[in-house]
Design a protein around this ligand. Structure first.
Ligand code: PLP
Ligand code: COI
Length: 358
């Protein structure tokens, strides 16, 4: 396997400046020094695997991705443990999802080994940027790929560029969420790109997010576009409810929902909290009736950036509901402590999910 090689002239940020950034990293505000890059074309395949300095990249205004949005990305985190070591959480799943997003977008697939090597090296070279772990801070890693051919015609680009950035990050949503069930917009359709992690999904969701914020809600809860009767997922997160008979229920993956890695992890953690993991279609009416009757006791939304965000309310033009007593539920908080305990190395990694960064 060809390795990513490190440029020798990358300028490193001073320890004082890193300390200032880590004191209040926000989310995606500061960027590390070394980033990965590789290029694909039909003649050479993947080549030019390098770790370069972060900074502006030259591009022609005819760059294919700027016009037709051939772009995919991933998100994963590096966690610092109490002994100072740094770990990734299930990065192979991000590598595989990146490849399947590429396939859906008619882009070349980056080999899983290249994905993993680039992610490991970006984290390893920028280890000083991984926060100490207080306040659930970590290093957010952002692999992405875009059609980089200069081309105004509509066809799959004949050059694609892969890059991997990283940025120290605190929690994405500081407060429990009320979700907005938009009557006006859809995220995903059968045969569409909902199961891919492509930039276009987020671009088309912005109007609904603006609407949600105008309604005092933190995010959107998306319904299926065909019938608008089924709950799908949150804007940057998968959606779960806890029931009075101890089910941890999430909408089944039907091809229109992103298969979240946090979602999969919670389904596996459920039984150690006395919860039965259930994946099946969830009707909006069942959700609303369950909240009203008390059968649904808690709701949560989960993702790499969001971790586990308690969902304490739902709102639309037709209803406004408080879930439980309007505060984060106990099972939600237990699941969150369990997951973050594994990630930050304070609880046993019983499933073997962590990978050390050298
Ligand atoms: N759904 C959407 C639309 C997302 O953007 C994300 C975040 O990546 C998720 C679900 C959760 O996925 P994961 O847990 O792999 O981060
Ligand atoms: C993630 O959780 O990694 C995401 O991609 C969500 C968001 C920051 C777009």
């Amino acid at each position: 396997m060809a390795q990513f090689t490190v440029d020798s002239d990358v300028v490193r940020t001073s320890p004082d400046q890193i300390a200032t950034a880590l004191a209040d990293p926000g989310f995606g505000r500061y960027f590390v020094d070394h980033i990965a890059r590789a290029v694909w074309n039909p003649d050479e395949g993947w080549h030019g695997r390098r770790l370069i300095g972060a900074g502006p990249i030259p591009m022609h205004p005819g760059l294919a991705a700027l016009h037709y949005g051939q772009e995919i990305f991933e998100g994963l985190k590096a966690y610092r443990h109490p002994d100072g070591s740094v770990w990734l959480f299930r990065p192979e799943l991000n590598a595989r999802r990146f490849a399947s997003s590429a396939e859906r977008m008619a882009m070349p697939q980056l080999p899983v080994d290249d994905f993993l090597d680039s992610v490991h090296q970006v984290v390893s070279l920028n280890k000083d940027w991984v926060p100490a772990g207080q306040g659930e801070q970590s290093l957010y890693v952002r692999p992405f790929m875009f059609g980089s051919e200069t081309l105004i015609g509509v066809r799959t680009a004949q050059e694609h560029t892969y890059m991997c950035l990283a940025s120290p990050a605190g929690p994405y949503y500081a407060d429990p969420l009320t979700l907005w069930v938009t009557p006006n917009f859809s995220r995903s359709m059968v045969g569409g790109t909902g199961m891919a992690k492509c930039g276009g999904n987020y671009a088309s969701a912005m109007a609904a997010e603006v609407e949600a914020h105008a309604q005092g809600c933190g995010q959107v809860l998306w319904l299926d576009s065909a019938t608008r009767t089924l709950v799908e997922e949150g804007g940057t997160m998968n959606f779960f409810v806890v029931t009075a008979d101890d089910e941890l229920l999430t909408p089944a993956l039907t091809g229109t929902i992103l298969a979240g890695i946090t979602r999969d992890s919670l389904l596996q953690l459920a039984s150690s909290h006395g919860l039965t993991p259930v994946e099946r279609p969830l009707e909006l009416t069942e959700l609303l009736d369950g909240i009203r009757s008390g059968h649904i006791t808690e709701a949560l939304a989960c993702g790499t950036a969001a971790v586990i965000s308690p969902v304490v309310g739902l709102k639309s033009p037709d209803f406004e509901l408080t879930i439980g007593d309007g505060t984060p539920g106990p099972r939600t908080l237990e699941l969150r402590s369990h997951l973050t305990g594994i990630q930050f190395g304070t609880l046993p990694d019983a499933f073997g999910w962590l990978r050390p960064v050298a």
